[in-house]
Unconditional design. Structure first.
Length: 77
């Protein structure tokens, strides 16, 4: 189940953002006439992703059912 959720999320993200990136780049260049604008777009998206990664809370070694009483017992051991 976890692998399926990861695969679907990764596939949708790749299709939505990676698949439309050439179209957005071509539109930006065509509309503005600036051939460097797609590079600025890619840089901006990279900065947004880097900030998101830095703000994500680390959940390694946490039980999946952290709210249950049994999970607290596992963490104490």
């Amino acid at each position: 189940m976890r692998s399926s959720g990861l695969a679907v999320t990764y596939g949708l993200g790749s299709a939505l953002f990676g698949g439309t990136a050439p179209l957005v780049g071509a539109l930006l260049t065509q509309r503005t006439g600036n051939p460097l604008l797609p590079a600025y777009y890619a840089t901006t998206m990279t900065l947004v992703a880097a900030i998101a990664v830095l703000l994500i809370r680390e959940t390694a070694f946490q039980p999946l059912d952290a709210g249950s009483p049994r999970a607290d017992e596992v963490v104490r051991r």
